[in-house]
Design a protein around this ligand. Sequence first.
Ligand SMILES: *[C@@H]1O[C@H](CO)[C@@H](O)[C@H](O)[C@H]1NC(C)=O
Length: 161
Amino acid sequence: MVPMAGGSLLALSVIVLAAVVSTLLLAPVAANDIDALSALKSGLKDPNGALKTWDPQLVDPCTWFHITCDDHKRVTCIDLGRQNLSGPLAPELGQLDRLQYLEVYGNRLSGPIPKELVGLSNLKDADFSNNDFCGPIPTSGPFRHIPRRSFANNPRLGKKC
Ligand SMILES: *[C@@H]1O[C@H](CO)[C@@H](O)[C@H](O)[C@H]1NC(C)=O
C-alpha cells in the first residue's frame, strides 16, 4: 500500500506542478499581446474611436474590435484598414508572435515600419499601403513573401525618415 500511495501522491504532485507551470507559461503570453496592442493604441490618434473597445483590463484582447484570436486566445489578425488612424506603428507589435495578418492600409500612419516586425514568423500577409510611412521597406523574414503593392502610396517609404 505504501508504495501505491507514494506513487499516486507523486502523480498528483506532477499534475499540480504541470497546472502551475502551464498557468505561469500561458498567462504572460496573452498579457504580452495586450501590452503590444496597448502600446500601438497609445501611440496613435484615433478620432473615429476605432480602438475604443481596446480595454487593457480584460484578460485577453480577443473581444476587442478589429482583433481576431486563435483557440489559445493569441492574436492572429489586426484589421485596421481605413480607420482614420494617424501616428506611428509601435515596435512592440514585434511581440505578437502568432500574428498572421496585419492590415493597416488607408490610414494616415507615419514613421518607419518597425524593424521588429521581421521577427513575426507566422505573418502571412500585411498591407501598409496608402499611408505616410517613411524609411526602409523590410525585406527579410516574412517580408520575403509580402508583395510590393502592400507598400504602395507611401510617398516617403524607401527614403530617410
Ligand atoms: C478623420 O479624422 C479627422 C480628425 O483628425 C476628422 O476631421 C475627419 O472627419 C475624419 N475623417 C473621417 C473620414 O472620418
